[in-house]
Design a binder for this molecule. Sequence first.
Ligand code: NBP
Length: 474
Amino acid sequence: MQTARIGVTGLAVMGRNLARNLARHGHPVALHNRTAARTKALVEEFGDEGAFLPAETAEQFVASLERPRRLVIMVKAGAPTDAVIDEFAPLLESGDMIVDGGNAHFADTRRREAALRERGIHFVGTGISGGEEGALHGPSIMPGGSAESYEALGPLLEDIAANVDGTPCCTHVGPDGAGHFVKMVHNGIEYSDMQLIAESYDLLRHAAGLAPAEIAEVFRTWNTGRLESYLIEITAEVLAHTDAGTGKPFVDVVLDQAEQKGTGRWTVQTALDLGVPVGGIAEAVFARSVSGHAGLREASRNLPGPARSAVAGSGFADKVEKALYASKIVAYAQGFHEIQAGSAEYGWNIDAGAMAAIWRGGCIIRARFLDRIRAAYEADPATPTLLTDDHFAEALGDAQDAWRDVVATAARIGVPAPGFSTALAYYDSLRADRLPAALTQGQRDFFGAHTYRRVDRDGSFHTLWGGDRTEATA
Ligand code: NBP
């Protein structure tokens, strides 16, 4: 009987395309889906693309896998993943591997990994980015789990991943939930990147008075420079598109309420737990949230604002390009800070530069820019922030006047630019000699005797605010 090198259960868009990708690379793939019709349809439509071993039952599926077994789960994240694990784990043996390619929360992955490890089964929480097309043609793959499991899985995953300059966009991220953690932050950065692009569009439209088709051209030009990326490329496509039914720009007929599936929110929630400031990602999540509050927006529509007219002079698009590049540096710096904090908290030892390298292809945030981040970490693996890397520091210095001008213009004409604004505030906060946090500490000591430290002496102190205001050592 022919055996499969790997099996995929869950054959909706992602699982189906991942299975096809594996088969196209010459790996015999066992197929399974809760509803057998999907398995049948895959074989009927794409059976000639490689060796597929369809199975109707979990037992047949497991029996068709070579050992140690490699079983990929591509089902809806959450309870379905637990249901599938519960179904398959009893059929597996010590040394077998379950790969969860869904968008699981890293805490769930840690829980599942620990439980399965007790039974001798490797659980490999794996981030996969690139959507439907990526899964088929080469995604960016972020596997967690044990180093031992990567030895058996890595070659297959690297085979089907995207490839940039001869380097596969797949590497072992770190133990247990590290892969899903990094995928989560990747999505958070994606939110931020998209928000900054959206603000650029809004400003070019309302401050510079450009039409969507003209803005599409601006983005096309940007895509030939340092901002070259998949997101900038598709932005130009979307802006250039005309609605067939109305003849209007497509962007004008789409309801302006953005949706979200949750990974951006998780990134921010986790950052709060880790104490990492990720304002750019948070504002991006909140911007989608604000957009969806239709009633709140309707009730607020008549609030007074400034006269809104196209005020920006020539060269405004160049300024927006600089603001976008600078804000993007901040967004990525914040995301990588979160990765490093997570890595330290959970003992994952994540190589940040390697993460930038595997995001260069296959995933939604793929960009020329990521090569710069890889180089920055190569130059200084322990850098506390990407902002101080020579290249980025120079770019920020060069951009800052334009960046400030863009944020000021947005405020003056009443165009919301939360992403640009928070990025600039973060930059200025990090640069500041003194922050008003000293006053905050004074207030905290006043109302709650929370104590403070001094700039000139060690120790903790409390001022007797309700008494003679002398200072006591706490
Ligand atoms: P969906 O997230 O839409 O899930 C559908 C699959 O889950 C079907 O195969 C369905 O089986 C199976 N399933 C469900 Br629902 N409940 C189940 C249960 N209790 N037991 C067994 N199977 C169950 O599929 P997708 O969009 O292909 O995404 C798969 C995973 O990949 C998700 O975790 C997603 O977050 C992640 N992901 C998606 C993308 C993307 O661009 N779509 C990108 C990256 C990651 P059925 O056919 O019997 O209903």
